[in-house]
Ligand binder design. Structure first.
Ligand code: ADP
Ligand code: MG
Length: 218
């Protein structure tokens, strides 16, 4: 038995609420990062999107399984966020939701598969590869760390903590990179020396999941 911890609909609801709060608290920071190498809207984009997600999920009846909630969240992001991050995160959450299907609870292996489905959707839409200085540079290390931890029979809450730590490291590691995708790529060499805003918000969103799952496990 790998782990007793299970993720359920309430976990996903709490995660999206926590993600919305985190993005709101870090809105100015994300916008500041995007001002350096983009158009300075990443904080407001993510805040608007996740505030709408929180509202959309609050309006759902309590019966939807976790995967369905993520699909609602993804659709909401696509319809409320104009920037690149809306369709990218929207596709990611929808793909994660589809991967989870209609199961009422899931564990580490399903979470890992859902994260990989999310990454595949982002890559399918945006064609970024690791090292292009995008959110992929946070999400791929997170997936690798999650798999390593689950393979070592680490409890789910600690595996998620390792994943979000890896995402944060991945975001920090975007600083010296040259942007090859998105608006930042227009800057060429001038994109070097700045942390990617989308990788940074991806790490924040995984940190939000870490806190919610840790609180449930306690
Ligand atoms: P926009 O660039 O349209 O203003 P945002 O500022 O909200 O949208 O989001 C910018 C972030 O989106 C970038 O920091 C990057 O992480 C991510 N991003 C942009 N283009 C891509 C892409 N093709 N693939 C993956 N992520 C991308
Ligand atoms: Mg922007």
């Amino acid at each position: 038995m790998r782990t007793e911890t299970a993720v359920r609909a309430a976990t996903v609801n709490a995660w999206m609420t926590e993600a919305a709060a985190t993005v709101r608290a870090q809105r100015d920071y994300l916008t500041q990062l995007d001002s350096a190498i983009g158009d300075g809207d990443h904080g407001t984009n993510m805040d608007r999107g996740f505030a709408a997600v929180e509202k959309a999920l609050a309006g759902q009846n309590g019966d939807l399984p976790p995967g369905r909630l993520l699909i609602v969240a993804g659709k909401t992001l696509v319809s409320t966020v104009g920037g690149a991050s809306g369709p990218l995160w929207g596709s990611a959450l929808r793909a994660a939701g589809r991967s989870l299907g209609d199961a009422q609870t899931f564990g580490g292996d399903e979470l890992s598969a859902a994260l990989d489905a999310a990454i595949a959707a982002v890559v399918d839409l945006g064609a970024a590869t690791p090292g292009d200085k995008t959110m992929v540079d946070a999400l791929v290390p997170a997936s690798d760390a999650l798999k390593r931890s689950l393979g070592a029979e680490v409890p789910l809450e600690l595996a998620i903590a390792a994943a979000s730590e890896a995402a944060e490291e991945g975001a920090r590691a975007t600083v010296p990179l040259l942007a090859r995708k998105g608006r930042a790529s227009y800057l060429g060499e001038r994109s070097i020396g700045h942390q990617d805003p989308g990788a940074t918000s991806a790490a924040l969103i995984l940190r939000a999941l870490e806190r919610v799952v840790a609180a449930e496990a306690a």
